[in-house]
Write a protein that binds this ligand. Structure first.
Ligand code: NAP
Length: 462
């Protein structure tokens, strides 16, 4: 086929929501035929829909239905078990394809940067989320849940997920797709109290109202908030957005409720961890004893900076005993070799999805979508318009320059097989999916996930 009329060949790297929404926009466009090859380092697609959304939030996981429809398009292929940046470089993909879209998300986590952060018992919330969801990178993490109190730093929706999973009755999780190891560990957990630390006030908290309502509605769980901590926000209710006002009003309702027996989720505002200290044998890494036992917390006040309410330490401290700290202060993008990266923002610099260098020049044929484009914000649906924007620019660029520089699908497959890669397909995933559902049925739950690519390959061989 002459170059100008053959379909545009696009590689999408990453099979999470941003990648799938972009694939959908490209495949459905009416102006140009497009073939999509989606690369994924795991065998299971869907990114955070599979391994970020909590097991007790199955409704949100229904987003995968739309991705399944996209994957059924004959011009779509999944190339699973291939790690771009390791097995094949972005530079090679740019030679093999007409265009490359990176939708790799933000797989790193942000650090607090305080003494004691490396102690045993101090974890990234993202690791805990990956662990209970059976993500291959985190399935083998260990969390010592034998302590009475856990502290979660941050008040975003991830912090709410972590707090809820720590206090929710495990019988309510038994029939979900929670990883079996996590369910067992949570059944044996002795955590009675989770303290959520918000560095700013109730009016600035990042979580969505529904997430707090979820926790407040749990059987055997009491949400405690000190009325005095809410007062400043209540005093300025009329200046708040409708959403923030509803959140503050709901927190006031919770603060006024009589305490109920059971596990406790305590919300502490204007509070930042200053130091984690441990007990036990000191190690070079952790300095002061290797098992977390105490958290020093600094009280904050709000100050206005660039039109925003920011937290400022007051020099007043309190100490809380705790055996676990989860820092839930946001995800961070991880650089890909040979691709521009903005270290400060943790994203690939871009202009509406077109990748640009540090000096602002557009990198030909390279695009981004999702968290690696805009940072780790928004819910799953936020990625739909974000990916559509990038897809529109990709189609416009292809229309403006009809030459097709990429290689044939045979050349692409040839290179991957030359490297000895065991590339898996969407059909392979469908088999794995069926097997996981069967395993789940046998165990009286929705799904029992395989915990690694190796386990999935083994199951496919059998
Ligand atoms: P997030 O919403 O950005 O929340 C981060 C939290 O960490 C904020 O409370 C922030 O406080 C705090 N923080 C940041 N740096 C800190 C520091 N150095 N010290 C103390 N606190 C600090 O991030 P996220 O919870 O990781 O969620 C990521 C995205 O996924 C969000 O858009 C979220 O809505 C979405 N998500 C949605 C759901 C759902 O829909 N059910 C579930 C999970 C995640 P400040 O506000 O003061 O910066």
């Amino acid at each position: 086929m002459p170059d100008a009329v053959r379909p545009l060949r696009v590689a999408i790297v990453g099979s999470g929501p941003a990648g799938f929404y972009a694939a959908d926009a490209l495949l459905k466009n009416k102006t140009l035929p497009v073939e999509v090859d989606m690369f994924e380092r795991l065998i299971a697609p869907f990114g955070l829909v599979r391994s970020g959304v909590a097991p007790d939030h199955q409704k949100i996981k229904r987003a995968a239905k739309a991705f399944e429809r996209t994957a059924s398009d004959p011009l779509f292929r999944l190339l699973g078990n291939v790690q771009v940046g390791v097995d094949v470089s972005v530079g090679e993909l740019l030679e093999l394809y007409d265009q490359v879209l990176l939708s790799v998300g933000s797989s790193g986590d942000r650090k607090l940067g305080i003494p004691g952060e490396a102690l045993n018992g101090s974890h990234a919330a993202t690791a805990f989320v990956g662990w209970y969801n059976g993500h291959p990178s985190f399935a083998h993490e260990e969390f010592d849940l034998s302590c009475q109190r856990a502290i979660v730093v941050g008040m975003g929706n991830v912090a709410m997920d972590v707090a809820r999973l720590l206090v929710r009755r495990t019988s309510e999780l038994a029939e979900t797709d929670i990883a079996a190891h996590a369910h067992r560990a949570l059944e044996a957990s002795r955590v009675e109290e989770v303290v959520l630390l918000g560095r700013r006030g109730p009016a600035e908290a990042a979580f969505d109202l529904g997430e707090l309502q979820d926790i407040a509605g749990l059987e055997g769980v009491d949400v405690r908030i000190e009325a005095a901590q809410l007062q400043p926000a209540l005093d300025q209710l009329e200046t708040l957005s409708a959403g923030d006002r509803r959140k503050v009003e709901f927190m006031a309702e919770l603060a006024a409720r009589p305490p109920k027996a059971g596990k406790v989720v305590r919300m502490e505002f204007l509070a930042s961890p200053a130091e984690l200290t441990g007990s036990g044998k000191p190690t070079e890494l952790t300095g002061s004893g290797n098992k977390l036992s105490q958290v020093k917390i600094e009280r904050n006040r709000l100050v206005e900076r660039n039109g925003q309410q920011s937290a400022q330490g007051t020099g007043e401290y309190l100490e809380l005993e705790a055996g676990l700290v989860f820092r839930s202060i946001g995800y961070a993008g991880v650089p890909l070799p040979g691709v521009p990266f903005d270290e400060k923002r943790g994203v690939i610099p871009n202009h509406e999805g077109r990748v640009v260098t540090a000096s602002g020049e557009t990198v030909r044929a390279l695009y981004v979508a999702g968290w690696i484009k805009r940072g780790p914000s928004g819910v799953i649906g936020t990625n739909k318009p974000d990916s559509a924007q990038t897809a529109q620019h990709m189609l416009a660029d292809a229309a403006a320059d009809p030459a097709r520089r990429g290689a044939s699908r045979e050349a692409i497959d040839g290179l991957l097989s030359q490297r000895g890669l065991k590339v898996t397909t969407y059909t392979d995933w469908e088999k794995v999916d069926r097997l996981e559902l069967e395993r789940g049925q046998n165990a009286g739950k929705l799904r029992e996930k395989f915990l690694s690519n190796a386990e999935m390959l083994e199951a496919l061989r059998e």
